[in-house]
Design a binder for this molecule. Structure first.
Ligand code: SF4
Ligand code: SF4
Length: 462
């Protein structure tokens, strides 16, 4: 066996080496997944310790067998690919998460800010979940923007913070971004940022400003179709622009030139599923496959509490199959969004269960969730976090031992009880399939990186 990625992270450190006992009847850990790489080799990834091994044919046959003894059994057991009868997968992950949470608990330090500078937007996507907020749109005022900056300064405790510019369309209230950034910069606060935008309002000057003054690390643009579908679906307010799509494509080019990481998110449903390959071909023909471009699809927002948006099991399977097919297609073109298998098991779902993250609304209210805003406000930037009850409510989990014990992806799956974005209340086969697909590709990505590094090392030696 060859180690492609060493064991890492909290779980590996806390577990250490499993003591092998030849008297015990070992079984393959539920967190061991086998992944066939593009070159036909088989990798074994331990999602708990985050180790990835390249297996020989004999080693693979051994692990896929049912009698585990001898030297190989010892090796695989010590690395937690084989586990003893008393190993409880669910409890182990829970214990690691609880220990890390306790060790990292730093009340009052907030390092991750999702800032909605406006609810308003220059597009009118038919699926927008913000429409009622747009109707009441109140852009963040200069006074509130200054209060936001002061709140950040009071809670950063000298550490670097991440600012996520959100809306509505955040560039629709660029002045609020500028005010916050100016105040933080003047105070010497270290920060980086990313922006979630439709990309329409960028131009060369704003791109430069974003890179230099806002310290943009990542840009995510929603691009929901090829030209005609996009223009129809986005329904921009600019009736004199014959094709907003062309303008957004121009801006994608400007952003790619800067080297910033650019994710293109394609929201899909039945209305636009058929164009996915054409869109990928078009992006590839126009931009090639630069390292900083990552394209991916997601199923259109499915709000658990709104029966009109909840898909049937078959409908969900259809969407997930389309997402996976599109992802594979983009990968062949070299434009897929790639993520390596992380060094740690998943410790939190989102800002809702992240104690050092908060969302700020245009009027300065604090919240723990993107959606259901009115039901989950927990304070404001002037008075700080007021409702610990709301904060605690957002941490409640939907995973349960009855469902998740023995599930391979539990290390990377956290579902929150009050999240409206996780699809049906109980996870289903398509939910698992999509996540497993991502994890397998994260393993393949690490392997490809390993091979590239080995190749360039050999090249240099020669
Ligand atoms: S996919 Fe379902 S069963 Fe598996 S860990 Fe997530 S919630 Fe639990
Ligand atoms: S909708 Fe779900 S994923 Fe999004 S912030 Fe709220 S809890 Fe988190």
């Amino acid at each position: 066996m060859q180690i492609i990625k060493g064991a890492s992270g909290y779980a590996a450190r806390l577990l250490g080496v499993q003591i092998y006992d030849a008297e015990k009847e070992y079984r393959v850990s539920p967190f061991c997944i086998f992944v066939t790489a593009e070159d036909g080799n088989v990798l074994a990834a331990n999602l708990l310790t985050r180790e990835i091994l390249l297996l020989s044919v004999e080693e693979l046959a051994f692990l896929q067998g049912n009698r585990f003894c001898g030297a190989l059994a010892r090796t695989f057991a010590e690395k937690w690919y084989l586990v003893a009868p008393e190993f409880d997968a669910y409890e182990t992950v829970e214990r690691v998460r609880a220990l890390v949470a306790a060790a990292k608990s730093t009340p009052d330090v907030i390092l991750d800010y999702q800032i909605l500078v406006t609810h308003d937007c220059n597009a009118r996507c038919f699926y927008c979940y913000e429409t009622d907020r747009i109707a009441r749109h109140v852009p963040m005022s200069e006074k509130t923007a200054n209060a936001v900056a002061d709140y950040i300064l009071a809670h950063a405790h000298g550490k670097r913070v991440m600012l996520r510019w959100h809306g509505g369309e955040p560039l629709y209230n660029i002045e609020a971004i500028r005010t916050i950034v100016r105040r933080l910069t003047a105070a010497g606060q270290d920060f980086i940022s990313e922006i979630y935008t439709n990309g329409y309002l960028f131009d060369a000057d704003i791109v430069r400003e974003g890179m230099e003054a806002w310290h943009l690390m990542r840009v995510q643009i929603s691009l929901d179709g090829t030209e005609e579908i996009y223009n129809t679906c986005k329904a921009y307010i600019y009736k004199d622009d014959p094709s907003p799509y062309q303008r957004v494509m121009r801006n994608i080019g400007l952003l790619l030139e800067t080297g910033v990481t650019l994710y293109l998110r394609v929201n899909i449903d039945r209305h636009n599923m058929d164009m996915l390959k054409s869109l990928a071909d078009e992006l590839y023909a126009r931009f090639g496959s630069p390292e900083n471009l990552g394209v991916y699809a997601v199923g259109l927002y499915e709000d658990r509490e709104n029966i009109n948006t909840v898909r049937t099991a078959d409908g969900r399977t259809e969407i997930v199959n389309a997402i996976i097919e599109f992802d594979n297609y983009c990968r062949r073109l070299g434009i897929a969004r790639e993520n390596p298998l992380g060094n740690n098991i998943k410790l939190r779902r989102c800002l809702a269960d992240n104690p050092s993250a908060i969302q700020i609304f245009p009027e300065g209210q604090l919240s723990k969730c993107d959606h259901a805003a009115e039901g989950c406000l927990c304070g404001d930037v002037v008075h700080g976090v007021l409702s610990q009850e709301a904060v605690t409510m957002w941490r409640e989990r939907a995973n349960s031992p009855a469902n998740c014990r023995g599930c391979a992806i539990y290390t990377d799956c956290i579902r929150l009880k009050n999240c409206r974005d996780d699809g049906p209340a109980e996870c289903d086969a398509s939910y698992k399939a999509e996540r497993l697909h991502k994890l397998e590709n994260a393993v393949r990505f690490v392997y490809r990186r390993y091979l590239r590094a080995a190749q360039s090392e050999n090249g240099e030696e020669k």
